[in-house]
Design a protein around this ligand. Structure first.
Ligand code: URP
Ligand code: ZN
Ligand code: ZN
Length: 520
C-alpha cells in the first residue's frame, strides 16, 4: 500500500483526532524493561522507519520522535498468533472477524503478527486458493501476516503446487486434517504422501488431530439418542479420539522423518503424547490455544443454548476442569512450545444454524485479541512462567519455528519494530461489550486479567496508545516464511545421514521356490 494512501485510510476509533504522535516514523520507548525470551534488561528502544535502530541505556531523543514512557513497564516483542481463520468460508457460512477486524483486534491485545490458513476445497488448486486468500487479506490487514496452506486432497497437482508455494509464495507449512470427514479429512495414505512431500521440500507438516471416521459415526449415534445440543459435540469426540489421532500423526511423521506441528492441543492426553514423543527425540511441536489454556468444557452443559454453542470448536474443550492448568504447566516446561488461538468466530445467528443439531453448529471461538492477556493471567500471574518464557511462548518460538527469526520475535537492533509495552500492574476485564472483534460473544467473558498492553508499535508505528487505536487497513505486509527452518530441520539433516536405510548384502537364495500355479 502506498503510504500516502494508507494514511488517508487511517481510522480514528475514538474522538481523539489523528495527530503527529500516531503518524511519526520515529519512536523512542524510554525507561522500560526489555524482555526477550532468553534475557531481560533495562533499556530504551529506538525505532525508525519500521526497524529497531538502537537498544541501550539513556538513548538521546532524536528530533521529531514520539516518546513512550515505559517506566515500570515491560517492553516485549509483539505477539505472534500462529493460528487464525479470518473471513473463512466454513460449514455453510463465513467467520465473522475479517482480516480488518481480526487484525485490528489482534493489535488491541498486543499481537502484531498473525498466521492464517488457506483452506482449498477438495479438488481445488492450492495456488488459486492461495491467491484468493491474498486478495482477501492484503487490502485489509492492519498488521503483518503469513499463510499456512491446508492440504485437503492428494494428487500430483497438489505435490507440484506445494513446491511452487514453498519456492515462490512464502509458504513453509502445510496443514492436514484428520477430522471433517468428506470435507477436509485425509486418510493415512494421503497423510503419508503429504508429510513425505513436506519433508522433500523442507517444510513443516501441521496436523489437526482427531479421528474423523469415529466422529462421523459417534455423532450419528448421539443424534439417534436424542442428544442434539452442544454437549453432544464433546461427547462424540472425547479426548481419546484426539489422543489417538495425535499418536497416529506422530507415527506417520516419524516414517517420513518430517518435523510435525500439532495445532490446538486441547487435552491432557494429547499433550502427554506430544511430550513423550519429544522425550524420545521426535521433532514435534505442540500448540495449545488461548481457549484450551483458560477454559474448560463444562460450558457445553450450560442450560443456555447460545452460551454452550459459543464454546463449540474442534477438538473441543475438555470437561476435566484441571485441563487448562495442566496444559499451562506443560507450556512452562517446554513440553508444549507455543500458543495460537484458532480464532474462528461466529455470531449468534450463525451458531444458531445448529440449534436443533450440534453437528451443524459452526465450529470456532475467539482468542486473537485476548490471547496475550489470558496467557499472562494464567501463566505469569499464577507464577507458572516467567516473563521471558511468556515471550518465548507468545512470540519467539513462533518466529523460530516458522523461520522468520530474528526479523520477528525479539527486541534487538535490526528486527522489525513490532513491540508491545506491557503494564503488569494494570488490570482489565474481558467482555464482548468492549472487545474489538466483530463477534457478539466472548468465551473469556468476565475474566479479570492482570497485564495490559498500554502501547503497541507495529511496523514502527504507534497503533495503540493508552487505549486509543489508530490502525491502517492494508498497512500490514505479507511475510514470506522460508523453508528449512533451523529449529525444525537442523537435527533432521544429520539424523537422515546416519539413518539412511540400507539393504543387507547377502548371497542370492538358490533353493526351490514354491509355485502357486502348480498343483500339489
Ligand atoms: O473449531 C474450529 N477449530 N474451527 C476452525 C476450523 C479448524 O478446525 O481449524
Ligand atoms: Zn483445525
Ligand atoms: Zn484452526
Amino acid at each position: 500500500v502506498d503510504p500516502t494512501e494508507a494514511d488517508s485510510l487511517i481510522e480514528a476509533d475514538t474522538a481523539v483526532p489523528v495527530n503527529e504522535r500516531f503518524l511519526t516514523q520515529r519512536i523512542l520507548i524510554k525507561g522500560g524493561r526489555v524482555v526477550n525470551s532468553d534475557y531481560s534488561f533495562d533499556a530504551d528502544v529506538y525505532c525508525e522507519d519500521g526497524i529497531i535502530r538502537q537498544v541501550g541505556k539513556d538513548l538521546i531523543t532524536p528530533g521529531g520522535a514520539t516518546i513512550i514512557e515505559a517506566n515500570g513497564k515491560l517492553v516485549m516483542p509483539g505477539g505472534i498468533d500462529t493460528h487464525t481463520h479470518f473471513q473463512m468460508p466454513f460449514m455453510g457460512t463465513v467467520s465473522a472477524d475479517d482480516f480488518y477486524q481480526g487484525t485490528k483486534a489482534a493489535l488491541a491485545g498486543g499481537t502484531t503478527m498473525i498466521m492464517d490458513f488457506v483452506i482449498p476445497q477438495k479438488g481445488e488448486s492450492l495456488l488459486s486458493a492461495y491467491e484468493k486468500w491474498r486478495s482477501w487479506a492484503d487490502p485489509k490487514v492492519c498488521c503483518d501476516y503469513s499463510l499456512h496452506m491446508a492440504v485437503t486432497w492428494w494428487g500430483d497437482k497438489v505435490s507440484q503446487e506445494m513446491e511452487v508455494l514453498t519456492k515462490d509464495k512464502g509458504v513453509n507449512s502445510f496443514k492436514t486434517f484428520m477430522a471433517y470427514k468428506d470435507v477436509f479429512m485425509l486418510n493415512d495414505t494421503e497423510l503419508y504422501h503429504t508429510f513425505n512431500r513436506c519433508k522433500e521440500l523442507r517444510a513443516l507438516a501441521q496436523v489437526h488431530a482427531e479421528n474423523g471416521d469415529l466422529i462421523a459415526e459417534t455423532s450419528k449415534k448421539m443424534l439417534e439418542l436424542g442428544i442434539t445440543g452442544p454437549e453432544g459435540h464433546e461427547m462424540c469426540r472425547p479426548e481419546e479420539v484426539e489422543a489417538e489421532a495425535v499418536n497416529r500423526a506422530i507415527c506417520i511423521a516419524s516414517q517420513t522423518s518430517v518435523p510435525l506441528y500439532v495445532v490446538k492441543v486441547m487435552s491432557k492426553s494429547s499433550a502427554n503424547i506430544i511430550a513423550a514423543a519429544r522425550k524420545k527425540g521426535h521433532i514435534v511441536f505442540g500448540e495449545p490455544i488461548a481457549a484450551s489454556l483458560a477454559c474448560n468444557g463444562t460450558h457445553y452443559w450450560n442450560k443456555c443454548w447460545r452460551h454452550a454453542a459459543g464454546y463449540v470448536l474442534g477438538p473441543p474443550l475438555r470437561p476435566d476442569t484441571t485441563t487448562p492448568g495442566y496444559l499451562m504447566d506443560m507450556l512452562a516446561n517446554d513440553e508444549l512450545q507455543l500458543t495460537g488461538t484458532d480464532n474462528c468466530t461466529f455470531n449468534s445467528n450463525q451458531k444458531a444454524m445448529g440449534k436443533d443439531d450440534f453437528t451443524k453448529i459452526p465450529n470456532g471461538v475467539n482468542g486473537v485479541e485476548d490471547r496475550m492477556s489470558v496467557i499472562w493471567e494464567k501463566g505469569v500471574h499464577t507464577g507458572k512462567i516467567d516473563p521471558c518464557r511468556y515471550v518465548a511462548v507468545t512470540s519467539t518460538n513462533a518466529a523460530k519455528i516458522f523461520n522468520i527469526y530474528p526479523r520477528k520475535g525479539v527486541i534487538q537492533v535490526g528486527s522489525d519494530a513490532d513491540i508491545v509495552v506491557w503494564d503488569p500492574d494494570q488490570t482489565r476485564t474481558i467482555s464482548k461489550d468492549t472487545h474489538h472483534q466483530a463477534v457478539d460473544f466472548n468465551i473469556f467473558e468476565g475474566m479479570e486479567c492482570h497485564g495490559v498492553p498500554v502501547a503497541v508499535v507495529c511496523q514502527g508505528r504507534l497503533v495503540v496508545d493508552e487505549g486509543v487505536m489508530h490502525v491502517t487497513q492494508g498497512a500490514g505486509r505479507f511475510i514470506p516464511n522460508p523453508v528449512n527452518s533451523p529449529t525444525c530441520y537442523s537435527k533432521i539433516k544429520r539424523r537422515d545421514e546416519l539413518n539412511q536405510p540400507k539393504a543387507v548384502e547377502r548371497e542370492a537364495y538358490e533353493g526351490p521356490v514354491y509355485d502357486p500355479s502348480q498343483k500339489i
